[in-house]
Design a protein around this ligand. Structure first.
Ligand code: SF4
Ligand code: SF4
Length: 288
């Protein structure tokens, strides 16, 4: 385990909040919306909010799973808020986002896992902000192809689903998920054509370079064009400890490894999160 309470210098972020930050925070709150940026205590929040970027969390703030790395509350989720897609569309329009990222908690309690709500949100964002590209970061929908099809039919520009870590660590980090099922979901999405398919994972949980190389190869074969890799940071004492802080130079080596294994766009750096600079990456991947 890495020394608790001490972050290496490359992970310390101290940036003042500016007017863009305040405006984004205000619009999010006014629409009774949630962001992952706050919920997951993302270290990029000042940068992203100041640039008018945010990742919206739909379908409530309580998850039916409860992964050991994640800070989102687990338990009995809130009822689905039918007005949420429209409010989210209005917020995207007000913030004039060029690229909107929408994700959710996992809703194993809903028959479609929340897929119809995702589809409604994509449609509402497109109606309110036709020039904005839309990225959805979806749960695995327990592998139901019909749920995935509902989301794909709404034509998101980017379909993102994170494998999060190497398969050996699923039992400790991502109980309730299944590596093969996640790969299959990505392959199905890529097989349909249309969206840029994207995935991501964290490092610092005890994985080896060989295991990461295998995962990059699996993702490339599944049709993933973009892969994000960032340092796992323990969001609270209840979460898994950090096994290792990976130095910045190793991220560059991982990016090269991913490209070598067939991923077109590798986004790898200590503070990279699934949605970090997502718009720029999506545009690059769409051209690749
Ligand atoms: Fe939000 Fe993603 Fe930016 Fe983090 S990287 S602040 S989650 S948009
Ligand atoms: Fe967090 Fe997603 Fe795991 Fe739920 S399924 S606990 S939201 S990472």
């Amino acid at each position: 385990e890495a020394a608790p309470g001490r972050l290496p210098p490359w992970l310390r972020v101290r940036l003042p909040a500016d007017a863009g930050f305040a405006a984004t925070a205000h619009t999010v709150a006014a629409g009774s919306l949630r962001t992952v940026c706050r919920g997951a205590r993302c270290p990029n929040i000042f940068e992203c909010f100041s640039r008018g970027t945010a990742t919206f969390l739909i379908l409530g703030g309580v998850c039916t799973r409860g992964c050991a790395f994640c800070n989102i509350a687990a338990g009995t989720p809130d009822p689905v808020d039918a007005g949420e897609p429209e409010r989210l569309g209005a917020a995207v329009a007000e913030l004039q986002l060029t690229h909107a990222v929408v994700t959710s908690v996992t809703r194993d309690d809903l028959p479609d896992g929340g897929a119809a709500h995702f589809a409604a949100t994509i449609q509402a964002v497109r109606a309110a902000a036709p020039g904005t590209t839309i990225e959805v970061l979806i749960p695995d929908f327990r592998g139901y192809p019909d749920a995935l099809a509902l989301v794909l039919d709404a034509r998101p520009d980017v379909l993102n689903h994170n494998v999060e870590t190497v398969p050996r660590l699923y039992a400790t980090a991502r109980a309730g998920a299944d590596y093969g099922r996640s790969l299959e979901l990505l392959a199905r999405a890529a097989g349909r054509g249309g969206p840029v398919v994207k995935s991501g994972l964290m490092v610092g949980l005890g994985e080896t370079e060989g295991e990461l190389a295998e995962v990059f190869g699996d993702l490339a074969r599944a049709g993933c064009r973009v892969v994000t890799v960032g340092q796992y940071l323990r969001p609270s004492r209840r979460n898994l400890p950090v096994v290792r802080y990976v130095p910045p130079g190793e991220f560059e080596a991982l990016a090269a490894l991913g490209r070598e294994r067939g991923i077109a766009e590798m986004v790898a750096a200590p503070l990279v999160r699934s949605s970090y600079r997502a718009g720029e990456t999506a545009a690059l991947a769409a051209r690749a």
